[in-house]
Structure formats: C-alpha cells, structure tokens
Write a protein that binds this ligand. Structure first.
Ligand code: UDP
Length: 459
C-alpha cells in the first residue's frame, strides 16, 4: 500500500444522503489503500458529515474535509428528490470554489458524483483526471442507456401505449409505460440534464460503480463490452470497514427492542432519505401491517426537513415507529430482522443484500423500478408489492391499499416455502458480496487495478 501514499484524491459528493454515504465509504476505501483523501463539502452541509469524517480521521485514516466557500443559502443540500432550479443555481455558485480548490491542492484525481457533470470541464481545464461515481448499479445503467437511445437502436417496443419491451440486454425487460419517467419518451429539462451526465461520463477517465461483479455479471460485461464504457466495480461500499458509530440512548432503545424479538421475525420499513408519503398512504400501510400481524420497525419521513428533525420513537401495536433518521445499517444487521419493505434506492438494496435480508419492493422514482426488476425478476431475492406508477412527489404517487400491503408482508414474513427460498437465495448473494470485498475477491482486485491505473496517469 506504501506505493499509493503519494496519491491525493478528491471526492466531491452530491449533498444528499444516498450519494453522500457511499461516497464517504469510497473515500475511506481509498484511504485504507494508503492514499490521502479529501472530501469536498460546503459550509451548510459540513454538519452532515463532519462527525463522520472526524471519527474516521481519529481512527487513523488519511481522510480530510475541505469546505468550499459558497453562498450561505444551502440549496445544494438536497432534501427532496427534485433537482430544483435553486439546486442548479447553487451548483453554479460552486464552479469557482471547486476550480480554486483544484488549483491550490493539485490532487492526482478527482472523483465526483454522477449528478455533478459540470465538474468534468473544470477538472479537464486543470488537467486533473476525473472519475465519475455512479450511485446505481450496472443493470440500471444498461437499461437507462438502452432507453436513452431507443430512437436509434430500435430496442424498445411500446404495445397499445401500455407495456414497454426493452430488447438488446441480457434479459428481455417488460414494464408498464407508467413505471417509466416521462423523460424516456419526451425531451424535457430532466432529459437534457441526464444527457449532460452521459456526455460528462464519456469525456471522463471512467466511472466507479457501487456494485460487485457477482451481483450482475452479464450487465457488468454489457456495460463495458457492448456499451463500451469504462467502469470499475468496487462495492458494495456498505461493507467498507468503518468504525462503529457511537451509540446514543435512542440507538440503544431500538436495539433493545430488537433484542427482545425472535430470529428473523421483524419487518423493517423505510423508503430512503427523500421519499414522503401522504396521510392516506400512511394509514393504508398501518392497516396492512396490523392485519399481517408481524412485528415491524417503520421509519416515517413526513416533513421535508426530516434529516435535521429530532428522532421520536413510539410503540404502535406490534411495531416500533421511528419519526426521523433511523440507524438503518445497524437495524438491518440485527438478527431479528427478517424482511425489508424498501423503495429500492440502490444503497438500501445493497445494504439489504450485505445483511442477507429479503426485500418487499415498493419502487417510487429515479431508477428504483429497474432495481426492483433486478432484485425480483432476475435474482429472486425479493417480492413486489405491486407498484404500477412512477411518482416522485407524494401527491402524484399511486396509493397502495391495505390488502396489497398485507399480502406483500405475508409473502415475505409468513413461515413457509416462499420465505425459505427467498432467504436461501439471499444468503447465497450475501456470501458472494462478502467474498467480493475480501482479498482476492472481484471488487478487491478491481480496486487494486483502479489504484494502479490512477498511479499510471501521473507519469
Ligand atoms: N438511511 C438511514 N436512515 C434513514 C434513511 C436512510 O440510514 O432513516 C440511509 C440508508 O441506509 C442509505 C441511504 O440513507 O444508506 C439512502 O440511500 P438510498 O439509495 O437507499 O435511497 P435515497 O435516500 O437516495 O432515495
């Protein structure tokens, strides 16, 4: 590892938990390999990561924080899934501080989030290689590429305006048109933004993908050999060795509650860091859970400022309700968790796999419907609750009724053949994930290859 000590690498995450958490893990992975790493942030977002980075630093890792000066509004901190005009304006304000930081510190390489395409140009002006960080897996990336190019590749058929069939991938993919974002078929602002993301990837030195080969081998090959992009899979990053978080009273209460439950008897419910649900939907979930009659931990995010909100724990029937931020990785690691009702955010999916917990899938927006396809139809490690419509804002989401909730929960949690075979497939995938990051495993070898390539760019 000594050979990498002279490397200094910058990491610039998007300021949203689903992007920030894996990026910090990635920076830490580079630090474990011996290089100096610096995570860029802004004044307003420092509080989100300062403690975490500090803890890593104190435990001996060469990981640092560099605060970019920017306007004090803090619009770069994402608390809802929309990439609003305020957010895009906040990004404009960061161009100059980013440029200055590169000029001042001259890192050997800069790794920036996929949604920060503008960093490519600035890195290239400064002659610093840029790698893009994908917070989704190869399967979703391949589907998106095929859909983006459907006008020219002829790989997409729409039947009676309802069903979409996507050809040209290792599996035939069939989805409802309503499960796809409008931008697939209409040129709009989001489509233009995504085109700039792709263009920036093509001009970059390649992409780091938070996945492991054994999870989606045919899609890793498709991405690299058929689409022809450069990708390094070094995940799952949720397995990077991190110091254990300091336990608060709040954590202790959750863990004590879980300790009192039987093996694999509790369903964990969380829809990520950005998803909100209407009161009607929350009521339907509550009834569905009550009727299914299993223990549960349910994380409810009902205000847009949740991340800073104080956590509140209440017992409700057979469950524990958390309003605020849940220690998700720790909860999923507990042996009494037997299922995860998830919105299929890529980090949640990977955390579920690395803890061997079968999923009940409830996709909402972004690439979540593709993640559901991979988990349920290709890998068989989850069951679908049955969402038919893509929806980002709570009021545009389809309401899933209590019967569907109950049926889904029973399929994953009731003792029987289905639970057993889901568990078996999941355990085997968990094992593969762990092996991938061990010495000699696919992700570990890939990481070494990447480090060597970064060294070669210096000469
Ligand atoms: N998370 C958490 N506690 C919460 C909600 C989310 O720790 O109450 C973490 C979760 O473990 C994951 C990330 O936040 O690492 C969410 O990322 P994901 O890709 O699953 O979904 P997103 O929030 O981006 O929609």
């Amino acid at each position: 590892m000594a050979k990498y000590q002279e490397l200094h690498i910058f990491f610039f995450p998007l300021m949203a938990p689903g992007h920030l958490i894996p990026m910090i893990n990635l920076a830490n992975l580079f630090a474990i390999h011996g290089s100096k790493t610096t995570v860029l942030t802004t004044q307003k977002c420092t509080s989100l990561i300062h403690n975490h980075i500090n803890q890593l630093h104190l435990s001996g890792h060469n990981i640092n924080l560099l605060v970019l000066s920017s306007s004090e509004k803090g619009n770069e901190n994402i608390t809802s899934p929309e990439l609003s005009t305020c957010f895009l304006k906040a990004m404009d304000d960061l161009h100059e501080p980013f440029d200055q930081a590169l000029k001042e510190h001259q890192p050997n390489c800069v790794v920036t989030d996929m949604y920060l395409p503008w960093t490519q140009e600035i890195a290239s002006q400064n002659k610093i290689p840029r790698l893009l960080f994908h917070t989704m897996g190869y399967f979703a990336l391949c589907v998106i590429d095929t859909l983006d190019n459907h006008a020219t590749n002829g790989c997409v058929n729409v039947f009676r305006d309802e069903m979409v069939a996507v050809h040209g991938l290792p599996h035939l993919l069939q989805m409802k048109k309503s499960q796809l974002h409008d931008s697939v078929f209409t040129r709009n602002k989001f489509r233009e933004f995504m085109e700039s993301v792709t263009e920036s990837e093509l001009r970059s030195h390649g992409a780091i993908v938070n996945t492991f080969y054994e999870l989606e081998p045919q899609y890793a090959d498709h991405y690299r050999n058929i689409i022809g992009r450069k990708g390094w899979h070094v995940g799952p990053l949720s397995l990077v060795n991190l110091p254990s978080p300091s336990r608060t009273n709040y954590h202790e209460r959750i863990m004590t509650w879980l300790d009192s439950k039987q093996l694999k008897s509790v369903l964990y419910i969380c829809f990520g860091s950005l998803s909100h649900q209407t009161k009607i939907q929350l009521e339907e979930i509550a009834h569905g859970l009550e009727n299914a009659n299993h223990h549960f931990i349910w994380v409810i995010r009902n205000t847009k400022e949740d991340v800073q909100e104080k956590e509140i724990l209440t017992e409700q029937g057979k469950g524990l309700v958390i309003k605020g931020w849940a220690p998700q990785a720790e909860i999923l690691s507990h042996s009494s968790i037997g299922g995860f009702m998830t919105h299929c955010g890529w980090n949640s999916v990977l955390e579920s796999i690395t803890r061997g917990v079968p999923m009940l899938t409830w996709p909402m927006f972004a690439e979540q419907f593709y993640n559901e396809k991979l988990m349920v139809d290709v890998l068989g490690v989850g069951v679908k609750i049955g969402v038919q419509e893509w929806g980002m804002r709570e009021e545009e989401k389809e309401v899933i009724g209590r019967e569907m909730v109950e049926r889904g929960v029973r399929r994953v949690m009731d003792e029987g053949e289905e639970k057993q075979s889901l568990g078996k497939r999941m355990n085997s995938m968990e094992e593969k994930a762990r092996r991938a990051v061990e010495k000699g495993g696919s992700s570990s070898v890939e990481m070494e290859r990447l480090m060597q390539e970064i060294c070669a760019w210096r000469s």
